[in-house]
Design a protein around this ligand. Structure first.
Ligand SMILES: [Zn+2]
Length: 384
């Protein structure tokens, strides 16, 4: 019986050991499951998203995190709650998309869709500041999403490693269905600009659009509060040979940085419910002379092909064929400033918001001359 008692003892000890092992395994499993849930899954196609709802109230952590902006009467608790229910699709995670995503995440936007078909390269790093040296070769969308998550883990990030196309654009943009949702165009080619514009008009979404090249930048909010869309201003694409992009023309990294921050500002104003005042104006930024020029744009056009009274574009078309150029920067296309300026000058009423144009001095006036003189069509413009 002494033998039996010894056996019971040893069995009890083994059982205890096994129980301890089970507890350890359970802990390990829970930890793995937790880390798996926070892993960002790179999407290579558009899959349905669960609906996003605004928080009913701010948590103590939210109040701590956002305290300095909650103090603003323009935002307040209501604006912050609106941001928590807002979803923003960012088309392009490059020089504009990086600072845009960064500030939207920092400010507490509920959901960020980060779309880019490209991978990080060394030559991107001077302006695409969410990516680091160790991210070279990685999908930009994933690299950007990871950086954004480090900044604010409460923001839901969906990285899309795909090219926006007529086949996926509507489904994708309609995935961001909240009343306060916004699409941001940070792309660098003309076909994508028309594609994003048409998809936003067909989905009834505002489009916060910016561009940057060399030492110049531009910003507009299209299709917003009855204002014009991109096609109202540019009914026809420019001849492909007149278009330059950052890989041909160059760009100082901080210039898209500044324009991306302006995009973030306008997206946050729209998504929080304050509203943007950029709906019918174009902001031009001349970094060399450090000048900002707000230019009043012509209103929404009744004969616009997509947002007009009897639109001919009622579904997405082949934009590469329409523009005669490819929708990637590998071949590079950007409507050069002089070309754009001609279209703008043709279509706009000048409305300089500076208090006194004369006091702005010769430099500002000479800048507008520069636009005219650089324009191959300036003679036609002068003749009008
Ligand atoms: Zn239009």
């Amino acid at each position: 019986s002494e033998e039996m008692a010894q056996e019971v003892c040893s069995l009890k000890a083994r059982l205890e050991e096994k129980e301890k092992e089970i507890v350890d395994l359970k802990n390990k499993l829970a930890q793995l499951e937790k880390s798996h849930a926070s892993v960002l899954e790179l999407q290579d196609k558009v899959t349905p998203l669960s609906p996003l709802t605004a928080k009913p109230a701010l948590s103590n952590e939210d109040i701590m995190r956002y305290s300095r902006q909650l103090l603003l009467p323009e935002l307040g608790v209501k604006g912050q709650l609106n941001l928590s229910g807002a979803s923003v699709l960012i088309v392009g995670c490059g020089g504009l998309g990086c600072p845009l995503a960064q500030y939207l995440a920092a400010a507490g936007v509920g959901r960020l869709g980060l779309l880019d078909y490209d991978e990080v390269e060394l030559s991107n790093l001077h302006r695409q500041v969410l990516h680091g040296e160790e991210n070279q070769g990685q999908a930009k969308a994933l690299s950007a999403a990871r950086a954004v998550k480090r900044l604010n883990s409460t923001v839901e990030c969906i990285p899309y490693h795909l090219q926006l196309s007529p086949e996926n654009a509507l489904q994708l943009i309609q995935q961001y269905p909240q009343a306060t949702s916004v699409t941001s165009d940070c792309s660098d080619n003309v076909p994508t600009r028309y594609l994003v514009n048409d998809a936003c008009v067909l989905s009834g979404k505002p489009l916060v659009s910016a561009s940057a090249l060399r030492m110049e930048g531009q910003l507009t909010v299209y299709n917003y509060c009855g204002g014009p869309c991109y096609r109202c201003l540019y009914p026809l694409p420019p001849p492909p040979e007149t278009v330059t992009n950052c890989s041909d023309g160059g760009v100082l990294g901080v210039v898209p940085g500044i324009m991306g921050c302006f995009q973030a500002l306008e997206v946050l104003k729209i998504a929080s419910g304050q509203g943007s005042s950029c709906g019918q104006q174009l902001l031009m930024f001349d970094a060399q002379g450090f000048r900002f020029r707000p230019i009043r744009l012509r209103p929404k056009q009744a004969d616009c092909a997509v947002c007009g009274e009897s639109p001919s574009v009622t579904q997405l078309i082949d934009y590469e064929a329409f523009c005669g150029s490819a929708a990637t920067d590998k071949v590079g296309h950007y409507r050069s400033l002089s070309q754009r300026s001609y279209a703008i000058m043709k279509s706009m009423e000048y409305d300089c918001h500076f208090p006194n144009l004369h006091k702005c001095g010769i430099k500002m006036i000479s800048w507008s001359f520069k636009i005219i003189l650089h324009n191959p069509l300036s003679k036609r413009l002068k003749d009008r």
